[in-house]
Write a protein that binds this ligand. Structure first.
Ligand SMILES: [Zn+2]
Length: 372
């Protein structure tokens, strides 16, 4: 009788295999990420005890991919080592740059020059001509970089978690016969237009869960409802606008890794995945809902935080400046303009309408309460 671990191995071996750490540092990183993933699941289980057991592991693949699948009765979330590596170098590069976020810690301690990194959704291609550089030198900036890596990882994890907990995977399997949801590389095998609309809506819903889990956790620490990370970053939680900005940079940077993509050309069939720029806009809308409309378990009111309402949208533009600085390339905004054009907003409202229709069907499979 194969064990659950055997089944997971079989599935993973057909897709690059499970990462087996070859050194102590990598082993520590993998153990830390498993601890974070399981901790995130446990938090949700306190509210929704019927949540099934979910296994988590790292795939030995350098693409920026993540995956949720079901094998028999076993649920599994896999994140590629490529994502973990990209998040690591991205936030070390940002906080190691004395000109970026220079109001945090003592940026004068950071290195005089840092390499340009053409960041994209493939670790090996992004790093092949980049000289190795260390982590930020100033202890506060080092700790902030780690905090941003954690938030970005938690966002990616929460997105995959939503594919299971919000019933996406079981619905997808019941309706279309696929028992996996991947973030990359499924485009070639699905060409049914209706199915692609559903899938786009599912992706946006998973992003909303990612925003909800990570942002409500951060705001909970601001309000003292949950424990704060250790010093030197603990004190930052007395400064809500800084926490909100760091959250926003962390999450928006994940979306930005995938570039400045456009909606499909006029008249072309709708693709399987929504454009990343459209997704960024969706994340921002969800963040606004959480902090402003009281859509938060502790009834937090935006006014209580006393932060300008524009901070979320302005930070998304700031992320473009950051990417320009760390890559040495001019800012790119064609896709961003596309997503915020009349056509982009029309697409967003079309997807909202499909969500309203899909939600009752998903509820039959969901283990948690679905977002409105
Ligand atoms: Zn997804």
């Amino acid at each position: 009788m194969p064990t659950n671990e055997d089944l997971i191995d079989k599935y993973m071996n057909a897709r690059g295999g499970r990462l087996v750490p070859g050194n102590d540092e990598l082993a520590r990183t993998v153990a830390y990420l498993k601890w974070r993933a399981n901790g995130n699941i446990d938090v949700v289980r306190q509210t929704f005890p019927k949540l099934p057991h979910i296994h988590f592991d790292i795939f030995d693949s350098w693409d920026a991919n993540a995956i949720a699948f079901k094998y028999g009765q076993v649920y599994f979330i896999g994140v590629s080592r490529g994502i973990v590596g990209l998040l690591g170098v991205m936030f070390d590069r940002i906080m190691g740059d004395k000109s970026l976020l220079d109001f945090l810690g003592d940026s004068s301690k950071e290195r005089e020059s840092m390499p340009n990194i053409p960041l994209g959704p493939d670790f090996v291609n992004s790093m092949k001509e980049v000289e190795i550089f260390g982590q930020p030198i100033d202890p506060m900036r080092h700790a902030v970089a780690q905090r941003m890596k954690d938030l970005a990882f938690d966002f990616v994890f929460a997105h995959e978690f939503a594919h299971i907990a919000n019933g996406h995977l079981d619905y997808w399997s019941d309706r279309y016969g696929y028992s996996e949801i991947q973030e990359l590389s499924e485009s070639s095998k699905i060409a049914n237009v209706n199915q692609n609309w559903v899938r786009q809506v599912i992706e946006l819903d998973a992003d909303r869960t990612g925003v909800f889990m990570t942002l409500s956790s951060e705001l909970g620490k601001v309000l003292g409802h949950s424990s704060r990370p250790a010093e030197p970053v603990a004190g930052l939680y007395d400064l809500p606008s800084i926490i909100l900005q760091l959250w926003c940079i962390s999450v928006a940077s994940v979306a930005r890794l995938f570039g400045d993509d456009l909606l499909e050309a006029e008249g072309s069939p709708i693709p399987l995945y929504p454009s990343w720029r459209l997704r960024s806009i969706g994340m921002q809308r969800m963040a606004h809902r959480i902090v402003r409309a009281g859509d938060f378990p502790t009834r937090l009111k935006w006014e209580d935080l006393n932060i300008p309402d524009s901070i979320l949208s302005s930070t998304y533009h700031y992320v473009e400046e950051i990417f320009s600085k760390i890559s040495g390339m001019p800012p790119v905004t064609r896709g961003l303009l596309d997503a915020t054009s009349e056509r982009g907003w029309k697409r967003t409202s079309q997807l909202d309408e499909i969500w309203t229709k899909l939600r009752p069907d998903l509820e039959r499979f969901a283990y948690v309460a679905l977002h409105e």
